[in-house]
Design a protein around this ligand. Structure first.
Ligand code: A3P
Length: 316
């Protein structure tokens, strides 16, 4: 890890900087803002671009932070491994004892650390990433592997990120008010933001290459979890058989990965020395932004979204 940091130190020093949400600074690299910290850093993005080798059978989950990554990690892990942990053996399922982030690692962090605990040599490799499409390692794009993108209403992403950053902010950083985070978010300054550019890029490839990229929204997943989980299973290449459906396998996975179940499993303990398992579970609802944004703030974000997503079929 230190080697990775040192190799890219000179490049880091040339990048434009802004105030960070969790770490002291964010750095602009290839049009997007990245942290430079021990956990997720712009240097690892550079290192992945130089060295990461995707397999054509890999499956990736791409998201902006706070879009429901943890939920989708759980669902994708459960679906791809559904025959390994059959419905009648759900009591031994890893998601009943581990954080979804331990089951399905981020390429930009875990790949440089531990061997993921639950990788099955007979299954495709499952990874997640917050890296914008522009900056993905070329091998991911060229190998034609499957990518699931999960998008969430920007106002709920902002609110969720505000709370998350408050829990994780490094001690050397000042506390940020909601007004301050709103101002940064509106200017596109958030980890792996601008929000709108991140979403737009993945949306475009999902339209151009629907067999490779599946575009989902958190809101649709909440509204009709069962049908969207079936759709996700088909895209991943693990469709439910009629028999499995009749036996309640879809519902079993929906419940296993529900907010209630995962937040209960992750009530205690730490994911890393400085991140509580529970930090990834707060409200798990659509529309909590109404409790945080003023009408004026809401209008500002609506206007930006209308302009940036003009002509695109993205709604919440
Ligand atoms: P809130 O802060 O709005 O509650 P990420 O996993 O990308 O970090 O996103 C975290 C957000 O997803 C949090 O949103 C969290 O509560 C919510 N979340 C976590 N697990 C979920 C689940 N199983 N179902 C629905 N939402 C979930």
């Amino acid at each position: 890890m230190t080697l990775v940091f040192n190799r890219y130190k000179d490049r880091l020093a040339t990048l434009p900087k802004e105030k960070g949400w969790i770490t002291e600074n964010l750095y602009m690299y290839q049009g997007f803002w990245h942290q430079s910290s021990r956990r997720i850093s712009v240097e690892t993005v550079m290192a992945l671009q130089d060295t990461f080798e995707a397999h054509p059978t890999d499956i990736y989950l791409a998201t902006l932070p706070k879009s429901g990554t943890t939920w989708l990690k759980a669902l994708m892990f459960a679906l791809v491994n559904k025959n390994r942990y059959k419905h009648n053996r759900l009591s031994t399922h890893p998601l009943l004892v581990s954080n979804p982030h331990d089951c399905l690692p981020f390429i930009e962090t875990e790949i440089y650390r531990n061997t993921p605990t639950y990788i099955d040599p007979h299954s495709p490799r499952l990874f997640a990433t917050h890296i914008p499409y522009t900056s993905l390692p070329r091998s991911i794009i060229n190998s034609g592997c499957r990518v699931v993108y999960l998008c969430r209403n920007p106002k709920d992403v902002l609110v969720s990120m505000f709370h998350f950053a408050n829990k994780l902010r490094e001690k050397s950083c000042d506390v940020m008010t909601f007004e301050e985070t709103f101002e940064l978010f509106s200017r596109g300054v958030m980890p792996t933001g601008p929000y709108w550019d991140h979403v737009k890029e993945y949306h475009k490839v999902s339209v151009d290459h629907p067999d490779n990229v599946l575009f989902l929204t958190y809101e649709d997943m909440k509204k009709d979890t069962t049908n969207n989980v079936k759709r996700l299973a088909e895209f991943l290449g693990y469709p439910f058989t009629k028999k499995e459906e009749a036996e309640g396998a879809v519902q079993g996975i929906v419940e296993l990965c529900s907010f209630q179940s995962l937040s209960e499993v992750n009530k205690h303990g730490n994911l890393r020395e400085d991140i509580r398992n529970h930090a990834f579970f707060r409200e798990g609802k659509v529309g909590d932004w109404t409790n945080h944004l003023t009408d004026e703030m809401s209008c500002v974000l609506d206007e930006i979204t209308k302009e940036k997503f003009y002509g695109l079929d993205i709604s919440w």
